[in-house]
Write a protein of this length. Structure first.
Length: 131
């Protein structure tokens, strides 16, 4: 996309601005989440394959945390790699109850209040820092 902007407009400022916007908003990582949501909703064969072998399921759940904890870094596609790994981990956790059963009272309670906390946390932080 950036080469198209550069070819048509040939404006370094526009190219730099577009680069910064796309880098800051992480549309590509959000798209990975959307693809995983479609896979979850449609109950694709991928879910069956991911959950077939328990050892591989455990490994895929733990792998992103290990890589992130040790600071694994790539020059290209770092954010995309982590979004794929963490989204796969979430997909396995939510579809394979042999690993962990997240459907309980505590997670249900936090699921009900988490959006409210998200909406009001900045107001509370502003009040705490101001006073």
């Amino acid at each position: 996309m950036f080469c198209l902007i550069n070819n048509f407009y040939n404006d370094p400022f526009l190219l730099d601005l577009t680069n910064k916007i796309f880098d800051a908003l992480k549309f590509n990582c959000m798209a990975v989440g959307g693809i995983i949501a479609v896979i979850y909703k449609e109950k694709k064969l991928i879910i069956i394959l991911l959950n077939r072998n328990t050892i591989i399921s455990y490994l895929l759940v733990v792998l992103p945390f290990i890589l992130w904890g040790y600071g694994f870094y790539t020059n290209y596609f770092k954010d995309e790699l982590y979004s794929i790994l963490f989204a796969t981990s979430i997909l396995i956790i939510t579809t394979n109850f042999r690993i962990i059963n997240i459907d309980n009272f505590i997670t249900s309670f936090f699921g009900k209040i988490s959006y409210g906390i998200y909406m009001y946390h900045w107001i509370i932080l502003e009040m705490l820092f101001k006073y």
